[in-house]
Design a protein around this ligand. Structure first.
Ligand code: SF4
Ligand code: SF4
Length: 340
C-alpha cells in the first residue's frame, strides 16, 4: 500500500529535490479557472515537486559573460525535459499502485486567467495579442479550458515554503532557486502542514536591484489561501517582462543603444525611466529577439533574475536561512552595469 513517505521517496529517487503534499480543500476560494479540482474532481491531494536551479546556472549572467545557459538549462531543460520525465515516472508509479496521477507541468501557455496579468477571459491579452473570449466552457457549471493553477500558490498549498515580497516562491532549501511541477492524484495520501516558518524578512533587496523597477516597494497584494493571508509586493508584470527580455540597456550587452530609435520614448524605456505600454510590448519584443535570438523556445531571461532571484539568494545565503550551503558566497565581485 502506498503512503506519503513512499511517494516522496520515489519522487526524490526519480530526480525531484523537494516534495510536498497538499489537500485539495486548500483550493477553496481560488477562481474556478485556477482551481485544480476542476482538472481532477476526484483528486484527494496535490503532490508538489520542486527542482532546484543549480546555482552555477546563474554564474555566466552574474559575471556578464555568458547568458545562454540560464534560459536554456534553468528554464527550458527543467520545465520541458527534466521535470516532465520525473512527473511521468510518478504518474506511472501511482498507476502501478491502482491510482491515477494527473500531471501538471510548468508551461508558458496560459489559461483563460493569465497568471501574469490576472486578465479574465473577456480582456485583451497583450501576450497573445488578442482577446481571450474564444475560451468556452464545455458545459454549464464548468470553467473554460484550460484551467491553469497558480504554481506558487500550489507550492504553498503543498507546504513547501512561502511567497516572498518579490512574489517568488521561497523554500528553506534553495530560497528562490527552483521550479515546480505537480501531480494530482486520487491516492489517499497524508497532506503536509502548510509552511509556518519565515524566510522573507522584507529586506527589499529584490526591489532595489530589479533592473525593471517592476516590484513595488510598498504596495502589497494579499490573497487568502488555506485560511492564511499571503502577501507580496505588487509586480508590474509587463515591466518585468520587458526587462527580463533584455529591454533595459544596463543589463543587456547584446542590445545596441539605438535599437529603439524608431519607437516613441524608446530611449526612456531602455533606461528604465518609463514603462512601455502593454500594446507596445510585442513590437519591442520583436526587436529584442532579433538581437538575442530565442533559440530554445523560451524567453531571453536576460536580467537573470537580478533582483527577485540573485539579490534574494545572496541575501538569504548571508542570513544563513537556506539549507543548501556552499563553501564560498555566490557574489564574489562588484556587480556590472552598462551605461547608456
Ligand atoms: S529579497 Fe528580501 S524582501 Fe525580497 S523576497 Fe527576498 S527576502 Fe524577501
Ligand atoms: S525577473 Fe528581472 S525584471 Fe522581473 S522582477 Fe525579477 S529581477 Fe525584476
Amino acid at each position: 500500500m502506498i503512503n506519503s513517505k513512499k511517494v516522496k521517496s520515489f519522487a526524490k529517487k526519480c530526480g525531484a529535490d523537494i516534495v510536498g503534499i497538499g489537500s485539495m480543500d486548500r483550493f477553496n476560494g481560488a477562481p474556478k479557472e485556477m482551481d485544480a479540482r476542476y482538472i481532477f474532481p476526484d483528486a484527494k491531494v496535490i503532490i508538489g515537486l520542486g527542482f532546484r536551479i543549480p546555482r552555477g546556472y546563474l554564474r555566466g549572467i552574474e559575471e556578464g559573460t555568458h547568458f545562454f545557459q540560464y534560459p536554456a538549462m534553468g528554464y527550458a531543460h527543467i520545465n520541458e525535459i527534466y521535470a516532465p520525465g520525473v512527473i511521468r515516472e510518478l504518474c506511472c508509479y501511482l498507476e502501478d499502485n491502482g491510482y491515477e496521477g494527473a500531471a501538471l507541468r510548468n508551461t508558458g501557455g496560459r489559461g483563460p486567467v493569465s497568471d501574469m496579468t490576472g486578465a479574465g477571459p473577456a480582456e485583451e491579452s497583450p501576450e497573445l495579442g488578442r482577446k481571450l473570449t474564444y475560451f468556452e466552457p464545455v458545459e454549464p457549471g464548468k470553467p473554460a479550458a484550460d484551467v491553469q493553477i497558480h504554481f506558487r500558490i500550489a507550492a504553498y498549498i503543498c507546504g513547501m515554503g512561502e511567497i516572498g515580497w518579490s512574489k517568488m516562491f521561497l523554500t528553506p532549501e534553495f530560497g528562490p532557486r527552483q521550479r515546480f511541477a505537480f501531480v494530482l492524484t486520487d491516492a489517499p495520501l497524508e497532506a503536509d502542514p502548510v509552511f509556518e516558518g519565515k524566510i522573507c524578512d522584507r529586506c527589499k533587496a529584490c526591489v532595489s536591484q530589479c533592473p525593471g523597477h517592476a516590484i513595488s516597494d510598498n504596495k502589497p497584494v494579499r490573497v487568502c489561501v488555506a485560511g492564511r493571508e499571503l502577501e507580496w509586493g505588487k509586480i508590474d508584470e509587463w515591466q518585468c517582462f520587458f526587462a527580463y527580455m533584455g529591454g533595459i540597456k544596463e543589463i543587456n550587452p547584446f542590445l545596441p543603444r539605438d535599437a529603439f530609435k524608431n519607437i516613441r520614448d524608446g530611449e526612456a524605456y531602455m533606461r528604465g525611466e518609463k514603462n512601455p505600454s502593454p500594446e507596445q510590448v510585442p513590437e519591442l519584443q520583436k526587436i529584442l529577439r532579433t538581437y538575442y535570438p530565442n533559440a530554445c523556445g523560451y524567453n531571453n531571461a536576460m536580467c537573470g533574475g537580478r533582483g527577485c532571484t540573485r539579490a534574494c539568494m545572496v541575501h538569504l545565503e548571508q542570513q544563513e536561512k537556506l539549507s543548501n550551503k556552499f563553501e564560498t558566497p555566490f557574489r564574489k565581485r562588484r556587480q556590472w552595469r552598462l551605461g547608456m
